[in-house]
Design a protein around this ligand. Sequence first.
Ligand SMILES: [Zn+2]
Length: 162
Amino acid sequence: MATAPTLKMTAEIAQQIRQHGAETYPHECCGALLGRDGADGDVATAGGVQLPLREVKGLYPLTNRREDSPHNRFSVTAEDVRDAEKAAREKKLEVVGWYHSHPDHPARPSEYDREHAWPWYSYVIVSVANGKPAEMTSWRLSDDRSEYACEEIAIRDRAAKL
Ligand SMILES: [Zn+2]
């Protein structure tokens, strides 16, 4: 049976991503998602189906270095990757993805986003309309780069048990 990837995060982390998008508006915000990947056997059961589980445990906000067009060009540099991986290691986590905002645009990946994505990582996009955070989605590029598919975001209550 086909399994759909799911990205899990607390309401608090979801709020931090939205907040970052509101703060940098009308420019894009971006950052790294630090967490754990379900490849080690963690699964979530939904409707009797076991789903690979990836969980975001923290964020590493980045500075959008695209000075030329900071409102619609999200890019992660090699230096960003190194810094984010270092921050993750210090928390005994790994970089499981990246997030950025779409000021006054829907939470859908642009052609640019798809072309600059790497397989495996989760790409969270939050739409910020008139300075207010709106829809949030997550995407994953297939290993052969042919498909950029939406993955479900499961937001769990902060008080819920891990
Ligand atoms: Zn984008």
